[in-house]
Design a protein around this ligand. Structure first.
Ligand SMILES: Cc1cc2nc3c(=O)[nH]c(=O)nc-3n(C[C@H](O)[C@H](O)[C@H](O)COP(=O)(O)O)c2cc1C
Ligand code: SF4
Length: 500
């Protein structure tokens, strides 16, 4: 352990810690990793389920008693531009995955004048293994609402939306109750806190789907249209909901805002390391003993600390094989990377990224090609189909991976053999080329980031793919020896190839 691990409870100070028992099926566990491996239909590869526990806080009174809404009152006494600059000075990076500077986004939106502006809280949280936003909304929704109200005041927005994942029934109920409570206390609605500032918040349930979390797709969904990502620019801060300037922030990002306004940007920058300030919620799951949600100062611990100190080490005393340190759209790290610090720059230098903070841990018994196949079941099923590289590319990748990991089919075997040459090279080269194409040509982050686990696994676990292909080849040879029909099929394929 690095000896400097700092678990700093800022966002989670009012939330009960989430344990494996409480989080239940929502975590990625060895049980549902096996479900990936048994190739359930991709729609069933949902690693998110309900967290069966009751909200821990006592409503708005408890929140106010513990200092809640004082930051909003303080912000209302400041000029909107000063609030924006305080957030910019804190260098808060968006926690929705892309890590964009919140202050820069707010500055852009604040500069748009004339007419209505909107403020949207992105609570879609569609990525497997993430549950931080759900916990914040279920257990401490006022923290997020206060952050939204401060953001709306700073950027001049009069209407807000919380776009919440369809399956998050309890969280949606809790947020709606919180909105009503805040309205009844004059902390949302018309003339907030006796000021001239008015801000109305509406809760919108998403129909579900990973792509609905992509900001431009989310805005289309809010407009009542099909959730299809749009080309950028223009960015939503210029032309968003109904072509009006719109700020979109993640739930966790907004939860930091009251604390920054309350204690000042210098306090926030006193936490974390250069370039990665503040704390971060990490959702640790997979083959770890203590799966759960942990709030840790950025850069204060290594990947190894996270897994072995907070995660309690690998389940059953097995060896660690691989980690996806920032969710399913990041690149694999291995046991060689345990010294990498958990901050944006360090993970980037190690060849991966912080993403959403979903740390997925795999032990020595897990087949990485099977995991990647499971991920492509997910990506192919979640692709909105709007651009060809992603619509076709994710499916081809899924099918190629199925040919490596799946059961032997005679038709496919004939094709497989007919390719000739070094057996592994053809398929793996094709997967690599496909990954590069997706990265370069897909229209939105879903398609652009989907190849990250694939390409990094081909780099770091190539021998596993080769072994599986060799095993299938041996199976093929065995079938051919005992089933003349297969030889005939092979001859047919060869003849077809000669004709063409
Ligand atoms: C496929 C896809 C899914 C996304 N899902 C989410 C999500 O569930 N929640 C979220 O906050 N951001 C999500 N994002 C990122 C958003 O587009 C956007 O960057 C984010 O909401 C901005 O908030 P932030 O600056 O506070 O991070 C997703 C992006 C992509 C490409
Ligand atoms: S990359 Fe995929 S999800 Fe994104 S627009 Fe293209 S098809 Fe849709």
């Amino acid at each position: 352990m690095s000896g400097q691990v700092r678990e700093t409870r800022i966002l989670l100070r009012r939330c009960a810690p989430v344990t494996r028992e409480q989080a239940g099926e929502r975590l990625v566990t060895s049980k549902n990793i096996k479900r990936w491996r048994s190739r359930f239909p991709s729609r069933d590869i949902r690693l998110h389920e309900w967290i069966p526990y009751e909200p821990a806080d006592g409503g708005i009174d408890a929140y106010i008693e513990s200092g809640g809404y004082s930051a909003l009152r303080k912000a209302l006494g400041m000029r909107p531009g000063d609030v924006v600059e305080a957030i910019a000075e804190s260098q808060l990076l968006g926690r929705g995955g892309a890590g964009f500077q919140t202050g820069v986004k707010w500055r852009l939106a604040a500069a748009q004048t004339g007419g209505e502006k909107f403020f949207v809280c992105n609570a879609e949280e569609g990525e497997p293994g993430t549950f931080k936003d759900k916990v914040l909304l279920e257990q401490d929704p006022h923290q997020v609402l206060e952050g939204m109200a401060i953001g709306a005041y700073a950027t001049g927005c009069s209407e807000g939306f919380i776009f919440i994942k369809g399956e998050y029934g309890a969280a949606a109920q809790r947020v709606m109750q919180a909105v009503r409570e805040a309205e009844s206390k004059g902390l949302l609605g018309v003339g907030i806190g006796g000021s001239a500032f008015s801000f109305r918040v509406r809760v919108v349930r998403s129909v579900g789907g990973y792509v609905c979390g992509e900001e431009t797709a989310l805005l289309r969904a809010l407009e009542g249209r099909r959730a299809v990502p749009q080309a950028k620019p223009p960015f939503p801060t210029i032309a968003g909901l109904n072509r009006r300037p719109t700020v979109i922030n993640n739930v966790e990002t907004l939860a930091y805002v009251p604390h920054i306004i309350d204690k000042g940007p210098a306090w926030f920058r006193g936490l974390g390391v250069e370039g990665s300030y503040g704390t971060k919620l990490f959702c640790i799951s997979g083959n770890v003993a203590n799966a759960g949600l942990y709030e840790i100062e950025l850069g204060s611990c290594t990947l190894g600390d996270l897994i072995f100190h907070f995660g309690g080490g690998i389940e059953g005393g097995k060896a660690l094989k691989a980690v996806l340190p920032g969710g399913v759209s990041t690149s694999f790290l291995t046991a060689q990377d345990l010294d990498v610090r958990m901050d944006y720059d360090s993970l980037h230098r190690a060849g991966s990224s912080l993403g959403t903070g979903a740390v997925l841990v795999f032990d020595q018994t897990v087949s990485i090609p099977d995991v990647v196949k499971g991920l492509f079941d997910f990506f192919a099923s979640e692709s909105c189909g709007h651009c060809t590289p992603c619509r076709i590319g994710t499916r081809i990748a899924r099918d190629l991976l199925a040919r490596i990991t799946g059961p032997v089919g005679i038709d496919e075997l004939a094709n497989f053999r007919s390719r000739g040459g070094p057996r592994a090279a053809g398929l793996l080269d094709k997967l690599e080329a496909l990954g590069a194409t997706l990265k370069a040509a897909a229209k939105c982050g879903l398609g652009q980031a989907a190849p990250c686990p694939l390409l990094s696994s081909l780099e770091r676990f190539r021998e596993e793919y080769t072994m599986l292909i060799e095993r299938r080849q041996a199976e093929y040879d065995r079938i051919v020896d005992h089933w003349p029909g297969a030889e005939a099929r092979k001859a047919k394929v060869r003849a077809r190839r000669q004709d063409s």
